[in-house]
Design a protein around this ligand. Structure first.
Ligand code: AMP
Length: 299
């Protein structure tokens, strides 16, 4: 039990048709942790700069996240600025400021190196590879990335993909990485790069999972309150991987449940800015919404 997540802890500035927020607590590891914590203990590996507000550290600690390997270095915290318009499915990145991320090399404790469940959330693939090299005997390793890294560090990303079990991508990332426009073909290509399980997320249109044991398709939970989708993918991954870590095994049945939990967790994320909604969640909120969801999808 327990999951180690490597990723970004960021200060996000986000503009959606519902408003603008400056320097919100965000980042792939923060969003992932907020849903994974509902299933298992989460140990977070990331870097922040001198400008990172203490209140955000207190907030993450208060949610039960282990911050032993949240390094603080001199320099600026990673900052991301994005904008959404139209159907809110795709973020337009306005600015990415790497700050302390540019030189970060994660240092793990001996206990962290022995974690069985690991998630390499969206971050520089060189850092993902560095962390992978420090791990001993992990059994389930997942990885997420994004266009920024696909375009700037493709070789390094392909190297990391060879060593992981699960790859989580959105439809555009899957197309960019493989050159395939058809998502079924893209999933096949991605599996040939290494991961035995590939998930392709399609925003409000749901998710598609391809593994040896099964192919699964699931629509998104139909919410009419989409305020800010930032972190929806990471929140999905947190619910998905958190559940698998708790279940302790990967098979068709656990994968099916895991994509349901990921989908439900992500549906809460989009209903508020930043971590507003997911930080207030208890496991029972997921269970309640899952019961409603099951009624919608029963055929
Ligand atoms: P998502 O909406 O699931 O793709 O995740 C958005 C989160 O990823 C935001 O909180 C950002 O801080 C973070 N993010 C944006 N760009 C990057 C990047 N190049 N590397 C790592 N994290 C990023």
């Amino acid at each position: 039990m327990g999951i180690l997540v490597l990723g970004t802890v960021a200060l996000d500035t986000v503009q959606t048709p519902f408003g603008k927020r400056d320097a919100l607590l965000g980042g792939s590891a923060s969003h992932f942790s907020m849903s994974a914590r509902l299933f298992t203990d989460v140990s977070l590996v990331a870097v922040i700069g001198k400008d990172f507000p203490d209140k955000h550290i207190a907030f993450l600690k208060n949610k039960g996240i282990d911050l032993t390997s949240l390094a603080k270095e001199s320099g600026d915290t990673f900052r991301w600025q994005g904008e959404y318009s139209g159907d809110l499915n795709t973020a337009k990145t306005l600015d990415t400021h790497l700050g302390v991320l540019a030189t970060f090399r994660p240092q793990l404790t001996a206990a962290q190196r022995r974690f069985k469940n690991v998630f390499l959330a969206n971050v520089d693939p060189d850092i993902q590879n560095y962390l992978l090299a420090s791990m001993r005997n992990s059994t389930i390793v997942g990885l997420d990335s994004m266009n920024f890294w696909i375009h700037t560090k493709r070789k390094s990303l392909l190297r990391a993909l060879k060593k992981v079990d699960i790859f989580v991508a959105n439809d555009q990332e899957a197309r960019d990485l493989t050159g395939q426009t058809n998502l079924i073909k893209a999933a096949k290509s991605l599996r040939s790069y290494g991961p035995r399980i590939v998930l392709i997320k399609k925003g409000e249109h749901g998710v598609f999972l391809q593994a040896d044991s099964c192919t699964l398709l699931l629509p998104a939970y139909p919410t009419d309150t989409v305020v800010d989708p930032t972190g929806a993918g990471d929140t999905f991954a947190g619910g998905f991987m958190g559940y698998l870590a708790r279940a302790g095994k990967v098979n068709a049945a656990t994968l099916k449940k895991a994509i349901c939990y990921g989908t439900i967790a992500a549906s809460f994320n989009v209903e508020g800015f930043g971590l507003e909604k997911t930080s207030a969640l208890a496991r029972n909120d997921l269970e309640k919404r899952l019961r409603v969801f099951k009624r919608h999808i029963s055929i």
